[in-house]
Write a protein that binds this ligand. Structure first.
Ligand code: ZN
Length: 70
């Protein structure tokens, strides 16, 4: 799980960098990270993963209660 096959490229439209993270596409959609619709898995490069993390940070703060049980 979470492994990226060798040579996988970033799913973001107009980005051709090597992917470093694979995420469920629905988690990426709506965050401002521009992936094509209809994907199951989104592969993000280092830069776009950073962007995605930034974009989801606010959401995470409101979900802190859920994470605090870890
Ligand atoms: Zn990218």
């Amino acid at each position: 799980m979470g492994l990226i096959s060798k040579g996988a490229k970033c799913s973001v439209t107009s980005c051709d960098n090597d992917g470093v993270r694979s995420l469920t596409a629905s988690k990426v959609e709506g965050t401002g990270v521009d992936i094509p619709h209809g994907l199951k898995k989104a592969i993000l490069c280092k830069e776009h993963y950073k962007e995605w993390k930034k974009a989801t940070k606010e959401d995470r703060d409101t979900e802190k209660a859920r994470f605090s049980r870890f």
